[in-house]
Design a protein. Sequence first.
Length: 276
Amino acid sequence: MPTLAVTGAQGKTGQAVIRACGQTWNIRALARNKEQAQRLEILGCDVVVGDMTENSTLRELFEGAHSAYHICPNFHEGEVEIGAAVASQARELDHLVYHSVLHPQTQKMPHHWRKLLVEEILLEAKPLDVTFVRSAPYVQNLKPYIESALGNGQLVLPYSVHARTAMVDLVDVGRAAAVLLGGELEAGSGWDLCGVGSISHQEIADLLTLLTGNVITALERPAPADTPNEIQMMFDYMDQYGLQGSTAQLRALVGELTSIETTVQRLIHEIKGSES
């Protein structure tokens, strides 16, 4: 099997990509330390231990690989520099998929804007063929909020309960990655991954009420005073503008999408299972 190199492999995005691609690719995953390496080896990955900010680490990761899926942690202040390093070391690959974000042109959220700058760097890294995955926020990100809501009947988030955002199930992100890496589509394009184009936290609270039979109330509560500045900027942006998208491109890639009802029900089962 050809080799797929994966940066950020230890995170939930990397795990979704590995699970979706592991049957058709030999996965070579980047881990920061031996503990992460052991977890990735359990998933059947070959592992390179190192730092994605180091050219030597990236060179080892990409050597002999056919393709790569590059994931940089959200809010990483060095993402642009890391992107430049990836561009310099990935030129021998047949294909690089960069995990960006829905609406990276949003300058009021610096972690989005940095991803747009990385897209530009990679687009200019000729002769590298690159594809951009622009993912909506994950439904799985709601898990700690849902867990609290199941306990106290309140879905509490730090911006308006009526703000509307796109969301996506990580399973569908992995499915899309497998298609984009499959070689049947031309590289050079960007794909918005939205499983639901527009939903509010009020609607999610209503869904929790329906699924559990208990009344769940959506509430807005300011983030703690020590919340990092860029995260607070994101909350402020979401409060004012939301982050809506379209399901059309993800549907074109994978067909039937995982409904938010299905994902939320799965999260409820996971939470209740961990409590038993």
